[in-house]
Design a protein around this ligand. Sequence first.
Ligand SMILES: [Zn+2]
Length: 262
Amino acid sequence: MPPVSRLTSVLLVLLLGCVSVASSQIPALLAPGATPYAHCQRFNTLYVEIREQTIAPDSARAVFSQVMQGLRNYYRSNANFPDTTTIGGRIRTAMAFPLRGYAAGAIGGTHGEGYRGNGFDLFDYKVRGSHPAQDIFIRDQNQDCIDDRTGAPVDVLAMGEGLVLAVETGWTPGQEYRGGNWIWVYDPVRDGLFYYAHNKVVNVAMGDWVQAGQKLGEVGRSGLNAYKARSPTHLHLMYLQLQPDGLPQPKNTYGWLLTAKK
Ligand SMILES: [Zn+2]
């Protein structure tokens, strides 16, 4: 074998070795029968890893899928499911509009055109450009997060019931994180995740169970872009529908917002 092709073979072996090591580095799985709280903790850790880019997108996808399928199975098999709703879609509680005192007129765009789902990747922090969400604006000319008409903060309400998967409460101006103080809620009836971002105050904690219409926090301007003067004060609302494999697919909530209970 000539030296050049021997070198090529050595490089190839090294390369293949690296690939197989990388694909086997999927972080520890949750134990069977793990509690919802353990799933929340795993989700939290994963979310930080994605944000810090210390986990490869493929590994993040695998962990996410496992956490979500675990939660789905937990609620589907749990006779003490803490609600009167029925899994499987036969009975569903009405959705609540996520800003107290506001209605569909506060949604950005005339018909919810602010939603752009294409190109979204929850697992790759470097991917930009999509906006798989609706922004809902409050009356706040002077950007003090106080409603100009009522003189009070505006409550962020849970659209559906569910488990508070994770919250961020420590955002400070100058941090680059885009969501600011956010809240993730897993809704086992709809089998999806609600994400409420840019809050000023967060009133729930990881592992809490919330009802539709329950206060989650207060509208704020937290987050890299939401804090800037060019951004009117708003709630960023995203919903990710879980697929059978546990992976997320963004869904436009505009239709839900139009019919939600005010
Ligand atoms: Zn937004």
